[in-house]
Design a protein around this ligand. Structure first.
Ligand code: HEC
Ligand code: HEC
Length: 283
């Protein structure tokens, strides 16, 4: 995967990108626990105009970071999955119910993660998986909503992702979800901040290049939540979006805002065909 640096572009000037020596094995394959095959590269979905092949962010990480995700005993994110299994079985709220009372074993959720964000007919809205979990908590259990991208929610998202690992992301972008998808696409190509950079400037035009010491990926979200070595905790999709916009020195949207829900739907759809991979490990 060799790409030309766009010399003279805003990115080149503002951030002094360089093609650094290869620290990552971009051709590596990901097999978790010797049995779960993860698709980390595949043909881009038809709606993507400027990219032929999509890659999981795992491909761009160092060999050491890559290795942490190949075995659940090495993956620090898996501890949070255990916490969520406990929460899954815990009765909470006025209805005296646990997730398990209605949904059985967490394995019964296999495949669900791959389809989110998704249109919810009753609520008449596009829901991220966090919104759906909170929908169940408030409407089905009579319990308090969990904080968006807070610890309890990210643990549960890690559990829901873990039982879908290896299943291809398959987010619907037509029908009632289409207008949100278009809104998300518009945001993806909007330039933000003093650096005047869009998501696409970094993650579409420059993936594979280095931004200071960081090897730029396509900014895919198939592998969320991610355990970051940098902050030693699980990180949610929209908090990551927020961090990226902040890096452009721009005003960002709130986690849970309509803008970020739309952006999450759009970015998820750019990963249609990659495997669900969370909880993943990133730097
Ligand atoms: C009283 C029963 C009940 C409880 C308790 C409950 N749910 Fe649900 N859940 C439902 C129903 C009914 C649906 C499908 C209808 C809908 O979309 O809201 C659903 C849908 C879901 C979905 C989406 C499934 C899909 O195919 O899209 C997820 C994820 C989910 N629940 C997670 C949870 C979690 C996590 C908990 C515990 C915090 C929980 N639920 C507690 C009844 C429940
Ligand atoms: C100035 C360049 C830049 C811009 C603009 C930018 N990002 Fe990023 N982004 C990065 C860097 C650097 C990383 C960390 C390395 C990597 O995974 O690419 C990153 C990481 C990510 C990740 C994590 C990927 C993974 O596999 O863990 C996602 C998701 C992401 N960005 C989405 C976005 C979105 C959506 C936007 C637009 C709102 C955006 N980024 C704008 C530089 C940028």
């Amino acid at each position: 995967m060799k790409k030309m640096l766009l010399t003279g572009s805003a990115v080149g000037i503002a951030l002094a990108m360089m093609t650094a020596p290869v620290f990552a094995d971009e051709d590596a394959d990901l097999l978790i626990n010797g049995e779960i095959e993860i698709t980390v590269r595949t043909d881009a979905p038809p709606h993507m105009e400027n990219v032929d092949t999509i890659y999981s962010g795992w491909v761009f990480r160092s060999t050491e970071t890559q290795a942490l995700e190949m075995d659940d005993f090495e993956n620090p994110g898996m501890i949070f999955v255990d916490d969520a299994i406990e929460a899954w079985e815990t009765v909470e709220g006025t209805e005296g119910k646990s997730c398990a009372d209605c949904h059985g074993d967490p394995d019964g959720m296999a495949g669900v993660r791959a389809t989110y964000p998704k249109w919810n007919e009753d609520a008449e809205e596009v829901r991220t998986i966090a919104m759906q979990v909170n929908g169940c908590r408030t409407e089905q259990m009579g319990a308090e909503a969990w904080k968006y991208d807070g610890g309890d929610m990210l643990n549960m998202e890690a559990l829901l992702a873990s039982v879908s690992r290896g299943i291809p992301v398959n987010v619907a972008i037509d029908g009632p979800a289409q207008s949100m998808w278009e809104k998300g696409k518009e945001i993806y190509y909007t330039r933000f901040g003093q650096l005047d950079l869009s998501c696409a400037n970094c993650h579409e035009d420059n993936y594979g290049n280095y931004i200071r010491a960081d090897h730029l990926s396509q900014g895919q979200i198939n592998a969320f939540p991610t355990y970051r070595l940098k902050n030693a905790q699980l990180n949610g999709v929209q908090s990551r979006f927020k961090g990226c916009i902040r890096d452009t020195r721009g005003e960002t949207f709130a986690v849970g805002s309509e803008e970020f829900i739309a952006l999450e739907l759009y970015v998820a759809s750019r990963g249609n065909g990659l495997s669900v991979e969370g909880p993943s490990v990133r730097n």
